[in-house]
Write a protein that binds this ligand. Sequence first.
Ligand code: HEM
Length: 146
Amino acid sequence: MSVTIDSPRAPRRTGGVNWEKWGWLYMRVSGALLVVLIFGHLIVNLVVGEGVKAIDFAFVAGKYASPFWMIWDFAMLWLALIHGANGMRTLVNDYAANPTVNKVLKFALAGSTAVLLLLGTLVIFTFDPCPAGASADLLPSFCPVP
Ligand code: HEM
């Protein structure tokens, strides 16, 4: 039996939004942004200043005192998680030929992505740099001394 494959640039026959095209474009655009966000993140956390030795609760709290780093991490979280989930969706479609397995895997992927996006976003925006009862030597210097 011969199968005819459409030319890659052939117009879609079903009409409506071409989600695969936008998904393809999202992978490229988010990939380019992630290069800047991930390397910026690694350099600031691991290279400048005292490097990796400086990382502790106070370091993270100091960063989250600035809206700049909150928005940086928020962008990195959403762009990377959706990028990773959309990439995994492609792999599931490529390899999970059984329709039930395919559906279950994509359902699990969507669910875990939604939970991680919610939890990550809550951590970034509800982070308390000066938790009550914590020992002062673990806290950033701007916390009021109890
Ligand atoms: C430096 C940052 C990154 C760049 C430049 C980048 C770039 C890309 C590009 C262009 C694709 C599409 C490949 C294709 O369609 O053939 C892709 C696929 C993928 N990416 Fe990323 N990515 C980055 C970070 C990440 C991160 C942080 C994750 C995980 C959260 C991730 C997970 C994936 C997965 C699972 C795929 C699908 C692989 C496949 O289709 O074979 N990537 N990436």
